[in-house]
Write a new protein. Sequence first.
Length: 390
Amino acid sequence: MFLKPRSLRRPLLAILVVLLIAAVARTYVGDVYRVESASMEPTIHATPEHVFVRYERDFTPTRFDLVVFKVLATESGAVVKRAVALPLESLLISGGDLLIEGHRLGLDVPRPAAIPIFDSRLEPLDIAFSIPSAPFEKQADGWRLDARGRRADLSFARRAGDDRLDAKGALAAGKSEVNDLRIEGRFEFHGSGKFMLRLTEEGDAFELEIELREGVIDAARIQRRSGGKELAVLASLEHPMEGLASQACTLSFENIDNHVIAEIAGRVLSADYDANTPLVGVINENDRHLQPRVNLTAAEIEVRIEQLTLARDLFYTATGPLGTGSPVALGPDEIFVLGDNSADSRDSRVFGPVRLGDLAGRAISVVWPLGAARRLGELRSLRAAQVSSQ
């Protein structure tokens, strides 16, 4: 039985309306682009992933927006980069960091989240950290370190490089050693003694030292140890945290852009410093970090480690002629863009600033594969809570 022309009119009209709406949306609202480049790993994985781009006309991005180039975006792919410097600013890449107008970014500047390079939920602690002499055992809900009557150290046994976890959670090794690190974990303490998280950079060691009394955090301080100098207390907290007795609490400690920040079950300590202490006699840029980069130390206490992650800040390599040896001054309609996977990115270091008129819009979200769907461009502030410092 054949359908009459009149009976086909309604479904054909519906199809035409849908196609018209799709065409208008692609022209004026946004579109989905396939991203195959590894230059934005791990923010956007080169599996490939498909990204929704919202079109915006005549817009100026904010710092760290993910932008798409109109002149380079095609139907088969999109060039997505991160806007790191804005019109009329000067930019210099130094030691892996961004210097805007000659200064590192302040605490109040929202920035991309740190990039994980180790996660105890994906890899056992004893694979990435040295085994202490004290009893250290895997349990169903984490790891138990028994430092009663002794001192025990866990040291990160790997180079802290511009590594990343790929789309499947496996470690992808980077090419350069990074400067800025963040450690975070959930810990449960028993007994009276001390616990310390330690991050090193060049000739400095920054320590979060916690004093415990019967499992209760009694005091905490951020300390700096530099070669040949006395121990300096940068910030301190002297109020017992009674509610945490025999309960797991979250601790984090990071050294980002010369800001040292600790968060202890929601309480925050912070301190800034001007520059690191160079290691005496070290000339080779690749040998600036000769100490273990991350340590966990327990003394006279028992610690249960539920979960532990180690992450790094975005690290920008001095590849390309622009912004790496001397500052680049941007014009009133120019921005400087970089890839998150700096060692494998062709960006403004090579082809120069991007004109605002050449931007198509912002990368909003990954929409395919469905299992990897997520929102892009979310930033964090280092000033996450009320900060107290000495």
